[in-house]
Design a protein around this ligand. Structure first.
Ligand SMILES: *Cc1c(COP(=O)(O)O)cnc(C)c1O
Length: 372
């Protein structure tokens, strides 16, 4: 390591969503069910609109709209609609290059340059811990129930009271990834009583699939932030657009710490087009929910396997045997899922993909508890 580089970075690895190990043979069909995207690309007519925007509307030599004004207004309308509200405005919205950027901005705004830590409940979305580590911010980890994956709020409360560096942010995913459970009333009650020296970040990346939101809290709680993304239900993972809904005060802080032109013009247009056509795009939700119910039912019948109920567009399950081995067997069969948190997180795909997922699981698990 060069002496000019921070020594702690020597142990880091660059983020990679899909593993690159060698397979004995290449499966004929590979189903990408490890990153929780929507299984469907944008409809042709919307792709045409986006192409037109690229060819005719966007001047390539000009910087994007750095203030995000029109997009924020459209997001505010959707945020209101999502919670039967009328009072969320553009002043409550900040836009990021994926919600990952907003997570980093929140870390910069709370912890960088002074002592401070963040709290997460494992297993959960890895990006909070990864981004915190790159900024030198300690991560306090508390467990979840092995039965329901509800957060151990007593442990969380105790951790906040005893943490060496003050906990400045609590990150919760609603519903959680990888375990697919929405926040319970008890968890929400605990989060709501946290004092304003702790920022509460509710990551609602999967809101459209759960239809459960805490967004109304931002109107009365100055330390409450909801983050969402266009990468999942809105089918724009390629464009990297996320947003936050929070008090105007915190929104202004996020605007101060973000990069000036963080959202490329085409991404900006893609989010506008997706919102303008949200009714059509979100018809996919009913299909995902129906497939989720069908897949869940079928998975409860698998031998040597436990699956949990889901409020998201994925299912979480654990085999009686080694999950790594089942993960590998599925990969050899062409079903790519995420091995994480001691289990497998399986995205709901198209009906055909889901059928293959079930067949491959059945085949693997019938061979034994580790699926090999
Ligand atoms: C997929 C996902 C996101 C989305 O991140 P982007 O950077 O907006 O693509 C955020 N949070 C969680 C928990 C996710 O699973």
């Amino acid at each position: 390591m060069l002496p000019c580089i921070r020594p702690d970075l020597a142990t880091f690895a660059a983020y990679s969503a899909h593993p690159e190990e060698h397979l004995d043979s290449q499966p004929a069909i590979i189903d990408i069910l490890d990153t929780n995207e929507c299984a469907y690309d944008l409809p042709e007519a919307l792709k045409d609109k986006l192409s037109f925007a690229y060819l005719q509307e966007i001047a390539s030599n000009r910087y994007p709209d750095g203030g995000h004004g029109e997009l924020k207004a459209a997001i505010a309308t959707y945020a209101n609609e999502s919670a039967a509200l009328t009072t969320i405005t553009a002043a409550h919205i900040s836009v990021g290059n994926g919600s990952d950027e907003l997570i980093r901005s929140l870390l910069i705004a709370t912890c960088v340059g002074r002592s401070g830590s963040i709290l997460v409940a494992d297993p959960t979305f890895s990006m909070y811990g990864i981004l915190a580590a790159t900024l030198g911010i300690p991560v306090v980890r508390v467990p979840r129930s092995e039965e329901t994956f509800a957060v151990d709020v007593d442990a969380a409360q105790a951790a906040i009271q005893t943490s060496e560096q003050p906990v400045r942010v609590v990150f919760m995913v609603h519903p959680n990834s990888p375990t697919a459970n929405a926040l319970t009333d008890a968890e929400l009650a605990w989060l709501k009583q946290l004092p304003t020296d702790v920022l509460v970040v509710i990551d609602e990346a999967y809101f459209e699939f759960s239809q459960q939101t805490t967004v109304s809290e931002v109107l009365t709680r100055p330390n409450w932030v909801v983050t969402r993304t266009f990468s999942k239900a809105f089918r724009l993972a390629a464009h990297r657009v996320g947003y936050s809904v929070t008090s105007p005060e915190i929104t202004q802080v996020l605007e101060k710490v973000r990069l000036p032109y963080n959202l490329p013009s085409l991404s900006y247009r893609s989010a506008q087009i997706a919102l303008a056509h949200r009714q059509e795009l979100l018809t996919v939700i009913a299909e995902v929910q129906a497939e989720r119910a069908r897949l869940y039912q079928a998975m409860t019948q698998l031998p040597h396997f436990r699956v949990w109920p889901s409020d998201a567009n994925f299912l979480y399950g654990r085999p009686a045997g080694d999950p790594a081995s089942l993960f590998q067997t599925l990969r050899q069969q062409g079903t790519n899922v995420r091995h994480t948190g001691g289990g497998l997180r399986i995205t709901i795909g198209t009906p055909a993909e889901n059928q293959r997922t079930l067949a491959h699981l059945q085949q693997a698990l019938t061979a034994g508890p580790s699926g090999s």
